[in-house]
Design a protein around this ligand. Sequence first.
Ligand code: LMR
Length: 398
Amino acid sequence: MFETIEAAPRDAILGLTAAFREDSRNEKTNLSVGVYQDETGKTPTLECVRAAEQRLAEAPSVKSYLPIPGAPEYAEVVQQQLALGADHEAVTSGRIASAHTPGGTGALRVAGDFINANFPKATLWMSEPTWPNHGNIFDAARVPTKGYAYFDKSSNALDFEPMLEAIQKMPAGDVILLHGCCHNPTGIDPTLEQWKQIADAVYGQGLLPLLDFAYQGFAEGIEEDAAGLREFCRPGAELMVCSSFSKNFGLYRERVGALSIVCPVADVVGAIQSQVNRVIRSNYSNPPAHGAAIVNCILRDESLRTTWEKEVATMRSRINGTRQQFVDALASKNVPGDYSFITQQRGMFSFTGLTKDQVETLREKYAIYIVGSGRINVAGLTPANIERVAEAIGEVVG
Ligand code: LMR
């Protein structure tokens, strides 16, 4: 039976990292996958994470199963301290169903399965462009997808009016996927005023918002980056939030994320939670404990939380500083074009405008790996490689 099966296409992002590992050239640079690197090119384990792991190692060990949606104390800190704030009405009135999921991808897949099971007629609308895995996840969950205008290539800015017009044409009962902050891949987010208008349009149209919230802390700050999401969390409003702690806690391989479903009233939470649990039980049964235990330990300890906030600020400021250095390096190599827009983009990525062919040449000729959409992981640029990358870009666009 297996002999008739053809190979699947390579993953648009992780497939590149696999190819990078196999590349035997000495001088090679991976700017594809969104993983933070410090100025030496290393992905550090955060100090707060090491300290939390030390404490966990000293605590009595428990290895029996967690509940299907994970540890309740983890759900509580995620809702209270990260996404919404402890005093938020949705938190204090108890109208949120939650689950600890294996990463943000796990949260999106649980959300997709939940949508398919409970709203089988709904279409999910995704920004154009979006993270390539969004399409894979919702296809796998058998949720039909369509695209909406988001990015204006000519101005490197949000295509705001067309986006609003597209929302105003979406059928009631559909789901709209939005990026809570640090839009992946464009790095272009709405302003707070635009978020308000988007939320008005989404709710006015009777849509269910689903926010992918994977980069909290990488744009302006942990609190500041939740402002768009909080705009959706209006009294009585429904929304779904998929959080990832891969980037902001540097816990990539621990697979730690969360799905939060904000219900209109607390009475509904029991039924919604039971549907979420059902999806999880038939998928991975219950989550792995370690990553969530780390996040829980850090967020509940004042000193570890302070260390964490500082470490997130360090990552953020290195990326923002690198944006300017990259623009300067491109200018110093006389690369044609104005790249100053790169300093306006937010989060880990820069959407450079490089074409598919240029991206391919960078890989083939210079062993520089970037995503086919022209997305560069700015955190992969270091003092050791930035000049060479700028020079190579100059050669492919020149
Ligand atoms: C990315 O966009 O590079 C990250 O979210 C990692 C991934 O899983 O694709």
